[in-house]
Design a protein around this ligand. Structure first.
Ligand code: FAD
Ligand code: NAD
Length: 451
């Protein structure tokens, strides 16, 4: 079969793939970018950007509702129409990727629309017909899609994943959210604040189970106070959909709602991608990469598909590392000891590095201290929920969690400390502006015991 030749083929043009493909094209290489759906990937169309637009709107409502008792009276009347309009028109351009596609082709890249499959070393076949060959290699950046658990009755029902939730033109009267990770927690709060009756069902013992336990407990407390029904440690045994309602059965009882959002994690599909042809395990959950994003000879992988943390900033970070290696430059090796992440609930939950449990499991003799944000002057003035939890070895912070207003911004300080291994004694000598939320970090440092 006739094959088109390029220097590099990038399969999947999400945030990671688009970055590496665009930069390689700018560097003068012949680059084919293969994209099955929209150039830009999950983040701008069904992920970070539109969800944060929803959250901004929901937070405005919540802030308005905080006026009584502090600043007078407010009658807050929510309206989803401007949120849906902003998502359609400003965030996603009606789910049209022309701007992103042009951005890539204007740099000299060749956009190949369709689903790519590895069919040989340095060979990708698109939609089974168009064969592309790469002189230098292939970059795999195919991301993940929503993982739907095999719950009896669920398949075939009109459940939502993040796609339908983001595209919603109306707020449902009632919503069951299955899974209380970042997607479930963020979207549950949004729809609640816009008036839906929301039930959260999480299989693990706590909400946000990948975070410090205190963070999940705090979010459950806030959600309950906002009128959500939160069930953790729940096992769903069956889902039914009749007429206009879902019924979700758990071992404890059953829940009914107009809509069901399945937010139970993400998955790759390495078999469909055909990675077996380059010697990789097609049943693996992620593609294993070295510190320069190499997955095999002439194959790099980056972003969600590598399983190093499903975040846009991770995809972008890995894209920079892969880019240097593809170009044959001496680039830095990837380091994951200070990966920051923020769940944009209100209060936000930011964390970096290891939890106390992860550090202990690594055999580190950890020192841990936790303080309430409300014990800091600004936290008290603000009436804020939140906490700071620091995890340290004998000399430096190895992990930190902050929850509260602007916790994602407070996290910057903690990320620098963990990333650069700033000695704790040095952090204690710093001056922390008064009265800020991040002053709670200073208080917490003071409570770290001796090693
Ligand atoms: C609701 C939601 C909110 C989120 N919010 C945040 C946030 O606030 N902050 C944050 O950092 N992260 C957030 N994320 C995660 C973030 O969206 C992902 O980590 C990020 O998009 C990963 O980028 P990627 O390039 O690895 O893959 P993706 O964005 O998944 O892009 C992969 C691309 O590859 C394409 N593709 C797949 N297979 C093939 C194939 N065989 N051939 C051709 N093309 C293919 C897909 O169509 C897709 O366009 C959120 C995710 C969700 C679902
Ligand atoms: N703000 C952000 O950075 C942001 C926002 C959204 C998503 N993301 C990323 O996207 C990825 C996907 O997010 P997610 O929330 O879908 O996945 P996740 O893996 O973080 O959370 C899924 C949750 O569903 C629960 N679960 C799984 N099966 C279940 C079942 N059968 N019944 C009940 N609960 C069940 C899990 O215990 C877990 O708590 C995450 O890795 C996250 O990092 C990031």
């Amino acid at each position: 079969m006739y094959a088109e030749e390029f220097d590099v083929i990038v399969v999947g043009l999400g945030p990671g793939g688009e970055e590496v493909a665009g930069r390689l094209a700018e560097a003068g290489l012949a680059v084919a970018g293969v994209e099955a759906d929209l150039v830009g990937g999950e983040c701008p169309y069904w992920g970070c950007v539109p969800s944060k637009m929803m959250i901004r709107a929901a937070d405005l409502l919540a802030e308005g509702r905080r006026i009584p008792g502090m600043a007078g009276q407010a009658a807050v009347v929510s309206d989803w129409a401007p949120v849906a309009r902003r998502i359609r028109e400003e965030a996603t351009d009606h789910w049209n990727d022309k701007v992103a596609a042009d951005r890539f082709t204007d740099k000299g890249g060749t956009l190949v629309r369709g689903r790519g499959r590895l069919t040989g070393p340095r060979e990708v076949t698109v939609d089974g017909t168009r064969v592309l060959r790469a002189r230098r290699g292939v970059v795999i950046s195919t991301g993940t899609h929503a993982s739907v658990p095999p719950i009896p009755g669920l398949a075939g029902t009109p459940y939502w994943t993040n796609h339908a939730a983001i595209e919603a033109e109306q707020v449902p009267e009632s919503l069951i959210v299955l899974g209380a990770g970042a997607v479930g927690a963020e979207l549950a709060q949004v729809f609640r604040r816009f008036g839906a009756e929301v039930t959260v069902i999480e299989g693990a013992e706590r909400m946000l189970p990948q975070e410090e336990p205190e963070a999940g407990e705090l979010i459950a407390k806030v959600f309950t106070r906002e009128g959500m029904s939160v069930h953790t440690g729940a096992k769903v045994t069956r889902v039914d959909h009749h007429g206009a309602a879902f019924t979700v059965m758990t071992e404890e009882g059953s829940h009914r709602a107009e809509r069901l959002l399945v937010a139970t994690g993400r998955q790759t599909d390495l078999a469909a991608l055909g990675v077996g042809v380059i010697g990789l395990d097609e049943s693996a959950k992620a593609i294993d990469v070295d510190e320069h994003m190499r997955a095999a000879d002439g194959v790099w992988a980056l972003g969600d598909v590598t399983g190093k943390g499903a975040f846009t900033h991770m995809a972008m970070y890995q894209a920079r590392i892969a880019l240097a290696d593809v170009l044959g430059e001496q680039g830095p090796a990837a380091a994951y000891h200070a990966v920051p992440r923020v769940t944009f609930t209100d209060p936000e939950v930011g964390s970096v590095g290891m939890t106390a449990r992860q550090a202990s499991e690594k055999g580190i003799a950890v020192r841990v201290a936790t303080t309430e944000v409300s014990s800091s002057a600004r936290g008290w003035i603000h009436g804020a929920d939140g906490l700071i939890k620091l995890v340290a070895d004998e000399r430096v912070l190895v992990g930190a969690t902050c929850a509260g207003p602007y916790a994602g911004e407070v996290l910057g300080l903690l990320t620098l400390a963990v990333h650069s291994r700033v000695p704790i004694e040095e952090l204690k000598r710093m001056i922390y502006a008064y009265p800020t939320f991040h002053r709670a970090v200073e208080d917490t440092l003071g409570q770290l015991g001796r090693p």
